[in-house]
Design a binder for this molecule. Structure first.
Ligand code: SR1
Ligand code: MG
Length: 389
């Protein structure tokens, strides 16, 4: 049977037909779609002993509707990414129970006992000791395993070919890595930010640096990425007294520069810090960039002796990690900027009583991270820029 868009009422029969649910008289389904792109349904039985999530890609961008068509094949990229992560970091993603390629639908673990990291932070919570370390490890484990250090060259070429995702990459190349710096109908901002938006469009130095990051995004096939690793792609909570961190939604996955994943996380961390600063609720926000970088670097160095190609020597590892650090800072800057004057904004800022001061600080920080990424050589140097008045 071909592709059909699933509605809430279709889910019981769908799960039954696919062998995921025995008793369709004992199932309650609700739609919980939240992200920009797809639909998500949660199904559970009456006593709560069985529950599943169904995520389906629509033939358009969900929040835009049919006026922004988008191939549902992005779900193939997501399923492929989950397969790769399951090999190397199964504890950091939801359990995947099945992928239906005809309907571009994933059946996966119900994580509604956990919360979206952005939501938790927006409500005033701190990060705690585990979250950013797990994210750093996640990036290192996926990146190392799918790089030329973790895979034989021929297998890598096959992975690169299989992971080509032109439409989703084009979204990023547009909404993150060009549109905010030109006049574009997607862009919008608070009236009080119009001067900064205009100055960024007129900023030749900024434009050239963003062009450099955009070119790297388009050409640097370092490793399989999550591709959209913001705080809305992370669930956190506790299970049986143990902290749990799960990364989800890797539909933007493709083989690209590792710094894009770290940079997206850092941008969202830094904006959460600006929110907390504005509300007077700062706690451990300022530690998170360093915690995630340290965990990333430690894990990557731990895996290094297992590299498949020892022509890459230890001195090269140092050089490689330095490049990842620098690019991560640049991508963090682009993610901050696009989330304030581009298409998709952040509730971290939009729900502030007065979003203007924190948005201005964030925009200026984003610019600094991009244009000065080459000279910000460590976590303290970045911290000094973040805390500058
Ligand atoms: C049209 S999609 C805009 C954004 O939503 C996704 O979550 C990605 O971040 C994308 O850039
Ligand atoms: Mg998403």
């Amino acid at each position: 049977m071909g592709y059909r868009i699933l509605e809430t009422d279709d889910i019981p029969a769908y799960l039954h037909e696919r062998g995921h649910w025995a008793d369709v008289t004992d199932i309650h389904v609700r739609e919980v779609s939240d992200g920009n792109m797809n639909r998500v349904f949660l199904a559970s039985n009456a006593d709560g002993s069985h529950s599943l999530a169904v995520k389906q890609a629509l033939p358009w961008v969900r929040v835009a509707g049919p006026s922004w068509p988008m191939s549902p094949e992005r779900a193939d990229a997501e399923a492929r990414a989950y397969e790769q992560v399951a090999r190397v970091a199964p504890d950091k993603i939801p359990a995947i129970h099945g992928y239906d390629a005809d309907n571009y639908a994933l059946v996966m673990e119900d994580m509604s006992d956990l919360e979206v990291l952005r939501t938790v932070l927006n409500e005033g919570a701190s990060y705690g000791p585990d979250t950013s370390a797990r994210i750093g490890e996640f990036v290192a484990q996926l990146a190392f395993a799918t790089s030329d250090f973790g895979m034989a060259s021929a297998d890598r070429k096959a992975l690169i070919a299989a992971s080509v995702s032109p439409e989703l990459c084009e979204i990023t190349e547009d909404v993150v890595l060009s549109e905010p710096y030109i006049e574009h109908e997607h862009n919008h901002w608070l009236p009080e930010l119009a001067d900064l938006a205009a100055s960024f469009r007129a900023d030749a130095r900024l434009r050239t640096e963003v062009a450099d990051l955009r070119y790297t995004f388009m050409t640097s096939a370092q490793a399989l990425l999550h591709g959209d690793l913001h705080t809305g792609s992370v669930m956190v909570g506790e299970r049986e007294g143990t902290p749990v961190v799960r990364v989800f939604d890797p539909e933007f996955s493709f083989v690209g520069p590792i710094g894009y994943d770290l940079g997206l996380y850092w941008a969202n961390v830094l904006v959460s810090e600006e929110r907390a600063r504005a509300l007077g609720t700062l706690s451990d926000h300022g530690d998170q960039l360093g915690l995630s970088w340290t965990a990333f670097e430690t894990e990557f160095r731990r895996l290094w002796p297992s590299r498949v190609d020892t022509f890459f020597d230890d001195a090269y590892l140092d050089r490689f990690l330095r490049k990842v650090w620098t690019e991560s800072l640049g991508y963090a800057g682009t993610e901050i900027i696009r989330r304030i004057i581009g298409f998709a904004h952040l509730t971290d800022l939009t729900t502030l009583p007065d979003p203007v001061p924190a948005s201005r600080r964030s925009l200026l920080l984003g610019r600094e991270l991009i244009v000065r990424r080459g000279e910000l050589s460590n976590v303290d140097a970045v911290g000094a820029v973040v805390e500058a008045p």
